[in-house]
Ligand binder design. Structure first.
Ligand code: NAP
Length: 314
């Protein structure tokens, strides 16, 4: 199949491209500003900005299926802006209207399958009791996809980890573990986290491109507590890390974090901690979900660590 990948230069897109190249014909959608040097050699590229429907016209020629990953998401820096600077209009333009443009162009081009990558908390079975422009706009993007006449699949991954994190989304956590930190906030809280290996997610997306379901699917690991996660992180470093308990107390935590920040032990934003108590956890019946063979969360943590070492960031 000739498969158009939007967001091809992003964390998940790069993994899909690497895993799809032998079996399918990938076409990477890029922008002028995209770091195309990150793509494997000889990958066909096509220019397009999902917020500009005119720029998408040529991109769908001969395309059988679309993996739609382009979007703005927290903790990420794309080729044009740092996400903390992204306002509501941009979230809407990219995650909602951009998705509408992709759905319209795919419908016009008669593609046989489209996979949209949403997020954990936009899944109807996952509790969502805080305000987030990101989750709201991913939900609205998903509604556009599910109301279309396309043979679609919507995947809802949990916390993605693994190699090719060129945008350094997970770097802070690993940097602290490797630096013999005496404290690893905000990881050591009573909360839980659900990690999925980026390869498992990439393989799941490829599976659903081949076999669309017209449905939504969580792609998840096990919910693990942060103590277990932090100890695993610390065990990867040759040095001895002291893991110091950081209480998760909604009122006290911001003060503790400011103090930690002030003495230079970690670069943590209080805002990011508001969502840290339970990161991408799912109801028990949705744990360990994927339509393909899954890699474990420990493998995801180890592979992320090794990749940072390979690119000499650790
Ligand atoms: N990573 C996770 O843990 C996670 C978890 C759940 C869901 N997701 C979802 O999965 C999708 C992919 O995530 P990711 O982590 O791979 O993203 P990412 O690393 O932040 O990459 C975003 C990609 O979108 C492209 N893009 C942004 N705005 C665009 C526009 N206007 N036109 C065309 N391309 C545009 C970027 O291109 P440039 O290279 O030009 O910037 C980049 O290729 C996202 O939609 C996200 O919501 C991610």
């Amino acid at each position: 199949m000739r498969i158009l990948i939007t967001g091809a230069t992003g964390y998940i897109g790069l993994s899909i491209i690497r895993r799809i190249s032998d079996t399918h014909e990938p076409v990477a959608m890029v922008r002028e500003s995209s770091r195309t040097e990150l793509l494997p050699p000889n990958i066909e590229t096509v220019e397009g900005d999902i917020t500009d429907i005119e720029s998408l016209r040529g991109a769908f020629e001969g395309v059988d299926a679309v993996a739609h990953l382009a979007g703005v998401n927290p903790g990420s820096k794309n080729s044009t802006q740092v996400v903390s600077e992204v306002d509501e209009d941009t979230f809407t333009a990219v995650n909602v209207e951009g998705t509408r443009n992709i759905v319209n162009a795919a419908t016009e081009a008669n593609v046989s399958s489209l996979v949209y990558t949403s997020t954990t908390n936009a899944h109807p079975d996952v509790p969502y009791d805080y305000e987030s422009m990101y989750v709201d706009t991913k939900r609205r993007g998903g509604e556009i996809v599910s109301e279309s006449s396309l043979d679609y699949t919507i995947v809802h991954p949990t916390y993605v980890m693994g190699p090719y994190d060129y945008r350094l989304k997970r770097y802070n956590e690993f940097r602290l573990a490797a630096a013999n930190a005496i404290l690893i906030p905000p990881l050591y809280t009573p909360g839980r986290i659900n990690i999925v290996h980026v390869d498992t997610l990439a393989d799941s997306i490829i599976h659903y491109l081949e076999e669309p379901t017209r449905n939504r699917h969580l792609v998840s690991g096990r919910n693990i507590d942060r103590r277990t996660y932090t100890r695993q992180l610390a065990s990867l470093s040759d040095r001895h890390s002291f893991v110091f308990p950081l209480p998760f107390h909604k009122i006290l935590l911001p003060f503790i974090v400011r103090l930690v920040d002030a003495i230079g032990l970690a670069n943590v934003s209080v805002e990011s901690l508001a969502l840290e108590e339970h990161t991408a956890t799912v109801p028990e019946i949705h744990e360990e979900r994927a339509p393909v063979k899954r890699k474990s969360w420990k493998q995801a943590v180890t592979d992320t660590y090794r990749w940072y070492q390979d690119v000499r960031l650790l």
